[in-house]
Design a protein around this ligand. Structure first.
Ligand code: S3P
Length: 429
């Protein structure tokens, strides 16, 4: 097992970084490029392992995808342009790849098998396989359709009216992608608003999708047209440096071109509530995916309660918010976040276990955690548990530690932020 010695006892972070492309939007750009007609180009695509898994799956489905100087070219020929793969479709560690891909494959009249790594093998798939079976796809998987490997023979899809049992953009997107191939109008009801990149991209590619509060309606049989997509920086990656800037003394960090889609900005709201010294400079307000620059300086933070509808807008940021809360005045309570248990790891358990090793006062609850502030962080051997966001959170925690910190399995970080350590080192110097 590989491990690295993390930088500790850091006195200040200073400088500017360009946040790499958004993971959710990068995945969707490849998928929409593949199902649209014509040549789609993608700039600022995230070359993280997860998004590379999406490219590899679509190549196996017969789509020509070229990469030159960081720019992708995808030659789409509509849903009908996809062909039966002769190999397994391996999604690696990527939940977005497998769930959205299932929605696409559900309408294709051929056989395919989806596999992934050990973590994917533990993540619940019934939430997607059940409604897709209701629409008419033939799907089987380990434990009655619950876990990978998953075999799909797509079919003629019938639209459904479906109430999502969990607030999940992956499930919603899978049903929208299946709905685009169904014979009529598919209606989806969300329990809380989740990231809407799929809806925005349908519109960008010339399609139509209606949204009325938490009800989403999409007609099947639409023809999508290739586009030039520019991917904004990932706010979920920026979050690590927002937290670092707020909690490391004498810091001043500028994060350039960060995606500011309002279904993703819960972290900004929490920073403000906690009293962070944060400035937001909006830039592309009117584009399909708005973005801007963020400036964060060392802040005097106060604990807060995070619960309810804001949870889906910051679900991936909870590990780093937990770390930030260890440095705030007072207690922070995170509730209604049981979805954390089915992420790349059980993120309630892994966050609590690893931060406790470093001396934090943090407890797990049934649906979140309670974090006591003003903790002095010490040191020790910690693990990412193979989860990119746990690895990055621990690297930021180490900056405050006064003892040595060793991180096991740091390689997981390349899933979403391959140049994370070079960006961090640039800010330390
Ligand atoms: C994602 C949706 C979220 C998020 C994941 C990416 C997406 O998952 O945690 O990192 O791109 O749609 P859920 O839909 O399971 O909440």
């Amino acid at each position: 097992m590989e491990s690295v010695k993390l930088k500790t006892n850091v006195n200040r972070l200073n400088g500017k970084i360009e946040i790499p492309g958004d993971k959710s939007i990068s995945h969707r750009s490849v998928m929409f490029g593949a199902i649209a007609h014509g040549e789609t180009t993608v700039t600022n695509f995230l070359p993280g392992e997860d998004c590379l898994s999406t490219i590899s799956c679509f190549r196996k489905l017969g789509v020509r995808i070229e990469e030159e100087n960081g720019k992708l070219r995808i030659y789409g020929a509509g849903f009908e342009g996809l062909s039966e793969p002769s190999e397994l479709l391996d999604v690696g560690n990527s939940g977005t790849t497998i769930r959205l891909l299932m929605g696409i494959l559900a309408g294709r009249p051929f056989f395919s098998t989806l596999v992934g790594d050990q973590s994917i093998g533990k993540r619940p798939m019934t939430r997607v396989t059940d409604p897709l079976k209701q629409m008419g796809a033939a799907i089987d998987a380990r434990q009655n359709g619950a876990y990978t490997p998953i075999a799909i023979r797509g079919g003629n899809l019938t639209p459904i009216h479906y109430q999502l049992p969990v607030a999940s953009a992956q499930v919603k997107s899978a049903l929208i992608l299946a709905g685009l191939q169904a014979d009529g109008k598919t209606t989806i009801l969300e329990p809380a608003e989740t990231r809407d990149h799929t809806e925005r991209m349908i519109r960008q590619f010339g399609g139509e999708i209606e949204k009325d509060n938490r009800v989403i309606m999409v007609e099947g049989g639409q023809k999508l047209t290739a586009q030039a997509v520019h991917v904004p920086g990932d706010i979920s990656s920026a979050a690590f440096f927002l937290a670092a800037g707020a909690i490391v003394p004498e810091s001043n960090i500028t994060l350039k071109n960060v995606g500011l889609n309002p279904t993703r900005t819960g972290m900004i709201e929490v920073l403000r509530r906690m009293g962070a010294n944060l400035e937001l400079i909006q830039k592309n307000k009117d584009s399909y995916e708005p973005s801007g620059d963020l400036v964060i300086k060392t802040s005097n933070l106060t604990g807060t309660v995070i619960e309810g509808d804001i949870i889906p807008t910051l679900i991936d940021e909870i590990p780093i918010i937990a770390l930030m809360a260890t440095q705030a005045n007072g207690t922070t309570v995170i509730k209604n976040a049981e979805e954390l248990k089915v992420k790349e790891t059980n993120r309630i358990d892994t966050v609590v276990e690893e931060l406790q090793k470093l001396g934090a006062a943090i407890e797990a609850t049934a649906d979140g955690m309670i974090i006591h502030g003003n903790s002095r962080l010490t040191g020790g051997t910690v693990s990412s548990h193979g989860d990119h966001r746990i690895g990055m959170m621990l690297a930021i925690a180490a900056l405050l530690c006064d003892g040595e910190v060793l991180l096991e399995n740091p390689e997981a970080i390349s899933v979403s932020y391959p140049n994370f350590f070079s960006h961090l080192n640039k800010l330390i110097q």
